[in-house]
Design a protein around this ligand. Structure first.
Ligand code: ZN
Length: 295
């Protein structure tokens, strides 16, 4: 099988359009696992809708100006956004919690986030004031994650893992999903935040509320988690783990087969680990590891 797992860079024109004209960055919903649909409505954001058989789970929401693309995508994928029962946030940044209040108001869902990131919302680190990172509409979590207590709805049981680094309270998600037609079960993994800017040397760390201890934990945890078996890797942004490269291999919007590749998970984590280790050693950056292109 061809390797398509390398990071891909966004087209600068599309990147510009993302800010100025959200609709130019529109992407229709895609099935990425047996019962999981990418519904961000946007080429950059990894927001996932899980059909549990007894209501819907939504993981993350886009920035607020894309609210209508998210809602439209959920309908287009064949679901009613009012059936969302649980909203799980990976971290407190606005491009993940931007529509949390809207979804909660519309569906009456229960909202989960980490205690650590809720703390960031209440006492924002300096980066917030520079980048206005949190959601414009206020929302309150109904429950904090507790990693020794899985979250179950219908046929889906999600294990959460606190994975700080990008923020102090990044949370990652793991669950099994079985294809109704083939009976094959896949392990799904989504790392909640692998953006490493917050661990860059030169002052950014403190602004993000990240310290050396958190950075060390990120390095150690990437090493440990890379050993985990994950069949389908979901990016919290689509440039992570090369999801954007895979779409063109899908036969149609329901074909998730090209996403089944257990190399994506360890490769994504090891690439990030190398770069953050270079930061720790004082380097400004470390070249993105070149992975083989197609073939
Ligand atoms: Zn973020």
């Amino acid at each position: 099988m061809a390797l398509k797992l390398h990071r891909y860079e966004y087209d600068p024109e599309v990147k510009k359009a993302r800010r100025e004209f959200p609709w130019q960055a529109y992407m229709p919903p895609r099935r990425v696992a047996p019962h999981v649909w990418l519904v961000s409505g946007h080429y950059d954001y990894g927001d996932y809708l899980i059909d549990t058989g007894d209501g819907l789970i939504l993981i993350d929401t886009p920035s607020p100006q894309y609210d209508y693309l998210l809602i439209d995508s959920i309908w287009r994928a064949g679901f009613d956004p009012r059936d969302i029962k649980l909203l799980l946030l990976s971290h407190w940044h606005g491009d993940h919690d931007g529509c949390a209040a809207i979804i909660k108001e519309m569906s009456g869902c229960k909202l989960y986030m980490s205690k650590q990131d809720h703390e960031c919302k209440l006492n924002p680190p300096p980066i917030y004031y520079e980048m206005k990172m949190s959601a414009p509409y206020p929302y309150e979590p109904d429950e904090f994650y507790s990693d020794d207590k899985s979250i179950t709805l219908g046929n889906i049981t999600i294990k959460t893992v606190l994975t700080p680094g990008h923020t102090p309270g990044v949370t990652s998600f793991f669950f099994d999903d079985t294809d109704d037609d083939t009976g094959v079960t896949y392990r799904i993994g989504m790392h909640g935040g692998i953006g490493i800017d917050a661990m860059r040397p030169g002052g950014r760390m403190a602004k993000d509320g990240i310290n050396a201890e958190i950075r060390d934990k990120f390095i150690d945890q990437c090493w440990e988690m890379a050993k985990w078996d994950v069949d389908i890797t979901l990016g919290s942004h689509l440039n992570q783990c090369g999801m954007g490269n895979v779409f063109k291999d899908c036969k149609n919007e329901n074909d998730y087969a090209p996403f089944v590749d257990n190399r994506a998970w360890p490769m994504m984590l090891m690439e990030r680990r190398c770069r953050v280790m270079a930061f720790r050693a004082g380097a400004d950056d470390y070249p993105i590891i070149a992975l083989p292109d197609e073939n």
